[in-house]
Design a protein around this ligand. Structure first.
Ligand SMILES: Cc1ncc(COP(=O)(O)O)c(C=O)c1O
Length: 394
């Protein structure tokens, strides 16, 4: 059988996944500092949180390509909560942010076209692009006390086949919001070449610092470039299983209208957002604010703990993070990152992500999920750091 090359030929698990599966089969307790599923991170979800999904109006099917107006209005109000303004007519509902990417690649790209993605960033982009027959081409983020876009790497990555550029704000896992100067420069480069900008803002509610020295870029307000701002319930209210995401389209009027007509056809072809979730969207967005507060308190608490623990190990550095659910710690390189991860698992029963999962340009970085329950986080991180010298506070 000849399968599509959209699916990578090598589907085997990596060494870390195999070692983890083996330890779990043996019944060992692992301190897992990689969890990104909020529903399994000891938050208190009210048992009736999803009661709005039982609305009897859901018994009737009235398909609408972009989703029902009430849900789109609720999403527009959610943008307004964050100080951003968009017409519900410019919002399309999707089943997830991942599906939003797929729809946009269908609307913007032909097979073989290229999409620029930040590096380091979320590893799923490789699959998301490939499954739609497009190529992801990396541009670099650089760290100099804070992360910013290496604009020369963007210019080098642009080709006549580039159709879109992704920014992730704040980025997973580096935690930087795209700055106003960086977004100005990216929008300028893209607008001149008819390239769209996609801003993934799924973590935008989780601001980790109060440092406002560098203004944040807001794609949704711009008319100089075709823009798509992505979000969803998965992170904003910690409900990935409910499956609701959205795309807000921005730019010059004529281009936005031409884009919406095409996006409508793509959405109409799948109609993938269930009626119950559309009818419940407003209420779930309201009720979910409580989960968002719990998550925000947790990620801030863990980051503060991380800063204290790492400060006591002169060989290690916590990289500056502005938002999101991850912390990145630079550690000394005594061995390849993969060996380090395997040793942490076998000798200290702790699981962390290596920087190479996210395409960090060099070694060694340890990526920690700030969603981890605080006791597990503190104990697991202490075990990781113990490998790199004694705690100077002791
Ligand atoms: C940057 C980023 N975008 C999108 C997603 C996926 O979101 P969704 O569950 O809405 O597909 C994730 C999930 O971790 C993510 O990290």
């Amino acid at each position: 059988m000849r399968f599509s090359t959209r699916i990578p030929p090598e589907l085997e698990s990596n060494r870390l996944a195999l070692a983890l599966a083996q330890r779990r089969d043996e019944g060992q307790t692992i301190l897992d500092l990689t969890g990104s599923n909020p529903t399994r991170a000891a938050f208190t979800y009210p048992p009736d949180l999803l009661a709005p999904l039982a609305d009897a109006r859901g018994l009737a099917y009235r398909p609408e390509p972009f989703g029902c107006l009430d849900a789109r209005e609720a999403v527009a109000e959610d943008f307004a909560r964050r100080g951003m303004h968009v017409s519900p007519a410019h919002i399309a509902l999707t089943a997830s942010t991942s599906e939003a990417y797929s729809l946009l690649f269908k609307v913007l790209c032909d097979p073989g076209d290229e999409v620029l993605v930040p590096q380091p960033s979320y590893p799923l982009f490789e699959h998301l692009t490939r499954l739609d027959g497009v190529s992801s081409v990396a541009y670099r983020l650089e760290y100099h006390g804070r992360w910013s876009v290496d604009l020369s790497s963007v210019e080098r990555a642009l080709t006549p086949a580039t159709r879109a550029l992704l920014v992730v704000s704040p980025n997973n896992p580096t935690g930087n919001f795209v700055s106003q100067p960086d977004l100005d420069a990216l929008a300028g480069l893209c607008a001149r070449r008819d390239i769209a900008v996609i801003s993934d803002e799924v973590f935008a509610d989780y601001q980790l610092d109060d440092d406002r020295r560098v203004a944040r870029g807001v794609l949704l307000d711009r008319t100089d470039v075709l823009g798509f701002t992505l979000g969803g319930l998965s992170k904003s209210v910690g409900l990935p299983q409910v499956k609701l995401g959205w795309i807000a389209v921005s730019g010059g009027n004529a281009l936005v209208n031409a884009t919406l007509a095409r996006l409508e056809l793509a959405c109409d072809t799948y109609l993938s957002v269930s009626t119950p979730v559309q009818l419940a969207a407003r209420e779930i967005l309201n009720r979910g604010a409580d989960i968002r507060r719990q998550i925000l308190a947790r990620v801030r608490e863990n980051l503060a703990r991380c800063a204290t623990l790492v400060a006591a190990r002169p060989a290690c550095t916590l990289l500056h993070a502005e938002g999101g659910w991850s912390a990145v710690v630079q550690v000394p390189t005594f061995e390849p990152e993969e060996e380090l991860m395997l040793a942490l698992l076998s000798e200290r029963s702790v699981l962390v992500h290596p920087g190479y999962f996210f395409d960090f340009p060099r070694e060694s970085f340890v990526v920690l999920s700030l969603l981890t329950p605080p006791e597990t986080f503190a104990e697991g991180l202490a075990r990781v750091l113990d490998r790199f010298g004694t705690d100077t506070r002791l």
